[in-house]
Ligand binder design. Structure first.
Ligand code: PEP
Length: 253
């Protein structure tokens, strides 16, 4: 059965000593909570992966990366491969975040290759999908998400699809303070699960955790996570403060 998941995406924030403090605070606070019904994942910038991975060895959380190269290895200056991530103890990796689609021109086909690289190394992809404000206003959101799923991940066989996590992140909600309503989130999450069911079958669809991301915080997490198809959250800004992040991780009823 699918798991509840809360993943923190630190993006390009924090200097090393601050990251050190934050991860140790998170680890400390997690020790006081029963985390048996939620998997907590921390996705720091690349230079801090080893730090987070080391702390995670004694902690109740997993280490995730924010990106991976679509190439295997070799002369690709500045890239980081899935095998390198694996060698650092990384278990999860975000792919297709809207910031990477926008600023680095990542396409659904790039994302598909990255997912293959990760699965080859037994790293769980957290694949982001979501529409822009303009696409939603033009009622194109269902179509956009269908295409992202079809081109980005539906090349996988059923067994591999079951190993993936999807994050629905409406672009208009990321970092804006404008959270999707619980009804808007549920509508899209149910749609994504139905797409998976139609492509594979209901057993596969029920196995895949679908996270919500976009201005999710300690105040609104519980009502979002209470929706039947919302299995947790991908948290940006609110993951940079240990107290807020822990409150979010404890928001499952
Ligand atoms: C994100 O970037 O994945 C995200 C959800 O950001 P925020 O929570 O800050 O909106």
């Amino acid at each position: 059965m699918r798991r509840n998941i809360v993943a923190g995406n630190w993006k390009m924030n924090k200097l090393f000593p601050e990251a050190d403090d934050l991860i140790n605070n998170i680890a400390e606070q997690l020790r006081n909570f029963d985390t048996s019904d939620v998997d907590v994942i921390i996705c720091p910038p690349f230079p801090y992966l080893e730090l987070v991975s080391d702390v995670s060895e004694d902690g109740d959380f997993f280490t995730g990366a924010q990106n991976v190269s679509k190439f295997e290895n070799g002369a690709y200056t500045g890239e980081v491969s899935a095998t390198m991530l694996k060698s650092l103890g990384v278990d999860y990796c975000i792919v297709g975040h809207s910031e990477r689609r926008k600023y680095f021109k990542e396409t659904n086909f790039d994302i598909a290759q990255k997912i293959d690289r990760l699965l080859n190394e037994d790293i769980t992809p957290i694949m982001c999908v979501g529409e822009t404000l303009e696409q939603r206003e033009n009622e194109k959101h269902f179509e956009v998400i269908r295409t992202q799923m079809e081109e980005g991940i539906f090349h996988l066989k059923a067994d591999d699809m079951q190993r993936c996590i999807i994050a629905y992140e409406p672009v208009w909600a990321i970092g804006t303070g404008q959270t999707a309503t619980k009804e808007q989130a549920q509508e899209i999450h149910a749609f994504i699960r139905q797409l998976i069911c139609d492509k594979y079958n209901d057993d596969v669809a029920q196995e895949v955790s679908i996270l919500y991301g976009g201005s999710c915080n300690a105040k609104n997490a519980a009502e979002l996570f209470a929706m039947p198809d919302v299995d947790g959250g991908l948290i940006g800004g609110a993951s940079l403060k240990s107290k807020d992040f822990i409150e979010i991780a404890c928001s499952f009823q």
